[in-house]
Design a binder for this molecule. Structure first.
Ligand SMILES: [Zn+2]
Length: 276
């Protein structure tokens, strides 16, 4: 499943091909994704409009038109975007094509169809943070994601820190692998009750989360080419994980054996000796 770094890399990859382009035509193969594709609303609000901004929020891509309309794309488990000439025959799981005025088509491909497309207009688009993203926490790279913010939310609560970090209302887009890796880097046990974590430790953990996500984004940026005429399986980048998937192997910091347990139903890898 594409996580925040993968979505960020896709965002950076498609942006230069979309900015300043107009959408000439929208096609859909008629199949439903996780939700119905709002193809009529897309045609009504996007055809003939120029794309003025392309950005990411949590694990959603936003393509913004000059009339304020926002096309939101969630990649689900297997969604992907790439550009092709209109003469290239559609691939089996291409669901939606946006034809641009430079004769390239942006194609949304999704084998398992867990992705979704949404159209926001008017007040919904203007107030996107209080409408579509009303239950989404701050971005991990934003100043709102601060030690004070976390100390306040954690006060009096015994939730394990790993479950806390993976709660979308607390912070956007820290998935299972990156939560495991960040907690290892910060030397904090994934089971640690959140009310026992000091302001200094939160600060350190925030720094580690940003480092791990940045490394993953850089790693993806260097492995993914230019998104034109390439069909790629989306998924995790081949990062060198420090703890994830290393059950029974020696810790890279202290050589104790890495443990695995389930926390909140998710696979959690940690060093029982140096993560406190
Ligand atoms: Zn260790």
């Amino acid at each position: 499943m594409p996580e925040l770094p993968e979505v960020e890399v896709i965002c950076r990859g498609i942006r230069p091909h979309l900015l300043g382009r107009s959408i000439e035509k929208i096609s859909h193969n008629g199949k439903m994704l996780r939700l119905p594709v709002p193809v009529d609303a897309m045609r009504l609000h996007l055809v003939g409009r120029e794309i003025v901004e392309v950005k990411r929020r949590a694990k959603y891509l936003q393509i913004i038109a000059d009339n304020g309309t926002i096309l939101i794309i969630h990649l689900g488990m297997t969604g992907n975007l790439s550009f092709f000439g209109p003469d290239t025959p559609p691939a089996r799981h291409d669901h939606v094509h946006l034809l641009l005025d430079n004769d390239l088509e942006l194609r949304y491909n999704d084998t398992r169809r867990f992705g979704s497309l949404h159209i926001l207009t008017g007040h919904e688009a203007e107030d996107i943070e209080t409408t579509f993203f009303s239950t989404t926490g701050p971005e991990p790279f934003s100043t709102a994601f601060s030690p004070e913010y976390l100390v306040n939310l954690a006060r009096g609560r015994v939730m394990p820190v790993k479950s806390f970090l993976m709660t979308n209302q607390i912070v956007a887009g820290v998935g299972n692998i990156y939560a495991n890796e960040s907690l290892f880097q910060a030397a904090i046990s994934p089971q640690r009750p959140i009310s026992t974590i000091s302001r200094t430790s939160w600060q350190h953990l925030i720094t580690c989360i940003r480092q791990i996500l940045s490394q993953a984004i850089e790693c993806g940026g260097s492995t993914i080419s230019d998104f034109v005429n390439v069909s790629k399986e989306s998924g995790y980048f081949q990062m060198n994980f420090q703890v994830y998937g290393r059950k029974g192997q020696p810790c890279k910091r202290c050589i104790a054996e890495i443990n695995k347990s389930q926390i909140g139903g998710r696979a959690s890898y940690y060093c029982p000796k140096c993560q406190k």
